[in-house]
Design a protein around this ligand. Structure first.
Ligand code: PRP
Ligand code: URA
Ligand code: MG
Length: 213
């Protein structure tokens, strides 16, 4: 798995505000979208394009268009939904599929409660969105859904990752022999005894959707 940590002062600045426990939900949602747009710029460097010609008011020009089949964006519900707008702003013609996963906060095991993906993903570029890569169980389950449907080009975008989660997802992808790019704003120190990223930003889903703050 390739890891790309986006090193940019605007990313670092927005992430700092996001981490701040005093940041309220509306601000948290807006900053998440902005951050995803910046990360998506890096994450889509390898998006496939095909030569495409247009006429400008002055004459013919050769450019590019996104190749078909269109890229698929998959936010992992619930918190990944907060990243969807920021991603589709950059790639409005992408198709969107959904996976709903929730982590049991005692066992830290992820379980699936929703799944709506195209049947055949062979040849599709897939972009998975989840703000937090903690133990890696959730992202691993989502990636496995995609691989089962034939996906062989997967890019994951997370705001924060823990070293433990990176290790777990790298091991899974090595087993599956599927190339994958992971784009993050930062890799934090570790997980705490409750499976939360330290220093992290707390519970991303709760902070996005108003349970706290
Ligand atoms: O790497 P892991 O240890 O699996 O943890 C990360 C997952 O935990 C959070 O979701 P949560 O289960 O809280 O669901 P939510 O998005 O509905 O808040 C987060 O958004 C990730 O999906
Ligand atoms: O730090 C963490 C870990 C899992 N889920 C979150 O929302 N935050
Ligand atoms: Mg949550």
């Amino acid at each position: 798995m390739d890891l790309r940590v986006v090193d940019h002062p605007l990313v670092a600045h927005k992430l700092t505000v996001l981490r701040d426990e005093h940041t309220d939900s509306p601000t948290f949602r807006r900053l998440t979208e902005e951050l995803v747009t910046l990360l998506a710029y890096e994450a889509t460097r390898e998006v496939r394009v095909t030569e495409h010609s247009v006429r400008t008011p002055v004459g013919p020009a050769t450019g590019v268009a996104l190749t078909r089949p269109r890229p698929l964006v998959v936010p992992i519900l619930r918190a990944g939904l907060g990243m969807l707008e920021g991603m589709t702003r950059l790639m409005p013609t992408a198709e969107v599929g959904f996976v709903g996963l929730v982590r049991d906060e005692q066992t830290l095991q992820a379980s699936t409660y929703a799944e709506r993906l195209p049947d055949d993903l062979s040849g599709r570029q897939c972009y998975v969105l989840d703000p937090m890569l903690a133990t890696g169980g959730t992202l691993a389950a989502a990636v496995q859904f995609l691989v089962k449907r034939g996906a062989n080009h997967i890019t994951c975008i997370c705001l924060l990752a823990a070293p433990e989660g990176l290790e777990a997802i790298t091991a899974l992808l090595d087993d599956l022999h599927v190339p994958c790019l992971l784009v993050v704003a930062a890799v934090d120190e570790r997980l705490n005894e409750f499976g939360y990223i330290v220093p992290g930003l707390g519970d991303a889903g709760d902070r996005l959707y108003g349970v706290v703050g």
